[in-house]
Design a protein around this ligand. Structure first.
Ligand code: G3P
Ligand code: MG
Length: 246
């Protein structure tokens, strides 16, 4: 069953203040008062689920090249913090298990985004599900999402009761039929594309609408006024303060 999702979800932790998708970023989100975080999961070459956004290493680590050729041991030698600020030197690309442990110890809710390397849609989803069944078995304060329909289908097949979010960027014409077939619990949409009318259309399916990525308090207030339930933000603390001052 879908838990109550708070209005603000820390995007990749608190990406404005710390290197995205690291343990430091998750601690920062919690310190800023976020109750939930979102993060992205991909597999190493040897099949270990790790928390990273891009399918190449270059932007968020001191490594180079595609993610699907790096083994877990080699990945863990890379620095995932210095690119952001020297204060974060020594941060690593975290394993999914490390993030689940930390989130539990900080009592954070989690949105696990299945972010497969192209061609690994089903394998990545199946691995995420097997880890969640082992390390987050009660499904509480949990939402699994993906842009990739084959990943979502795999999640639904392996975990019929798991809270599932259908991520949309440029929605296909049959998005509502796909959402129905997947029994998606939420629609997670690109905030830049939204209008009062589009949000109303999504809400008419009876599903909560979550919008990514909102770092402006005025825009967040507008989206909430249209009926958006929650926004993903790189700056949960700042947005909370600014919205409180409005
Ligand atoms: O899950 C919301 C958002 O993270 C989706 O886009 O590219 O930031 O993973 P992206
Ligand atoms: Mg994401």
């Amino acid at each position: 069953m879908l838990s109550m999702i708070p209005r603000l979800i820390g995007h990749r932790g608190a990406k404005e203040s710390a290197p995205e998708n690291t343990l430091a970023s998750i601690r920062e989100a919690a310190a800023q008062g976020a109750a939930w975080i979102e993060f992205d999961v991909m597999l190493t070459r040897d099949g270990v689920p790790v928390v990273i956004h891009d399918d190449t290493l270059d932007r968020t680590t001191d490594g180079h090249g595609p993610m699907n050729v790096v083994d877990h041991a080699a990945l863990k030698r890379l620095d995932a913090g210095s690119w952001f600020d020297s204060r974060f030197a020594g941060e690593r690309v975290p394993d999914l298990t490390e993030v689940l442990d930390l989130a539990r110890s900080l009592t954070l809710g989690i949105n696990v985004e299945v972010k497969p390397f192209p061609g690994q849609e089903e394998e990545t989803a199946a691995t995420v599900i097997s880890f969640l069944q082992r390390y987050w078995p009660d499904n509480g304060r949990l939402l699994v999402s993906s842009f990739e329909v084959p990943s979502l289908e795999t999640v639904r097949r392996l975990a019929p009761a798991l809270p599932l979010g259908y991520l949309l960027w440029d929605p296909p014409a049959d998005w509502a039929a796909i959402a129905g077939r997947l029994r998606a619990d939420t629609l997670n949409v690109d905030q830049e594309r939204q209008t009062a009318r589009s949000v109303a259309e999504y809400r008419a399916t009876g599903r909560p609408v979550l919008a990514y990525t909102v770092n402006d308090a005025g825009r967040a207030a507008e989206l909430f006024s249209w009926g958006v339930s929650a926004v993903f933000t790189d700056a949960p603390g700042r947005l909370q303060r600014e919205m409180g001052a409005m």
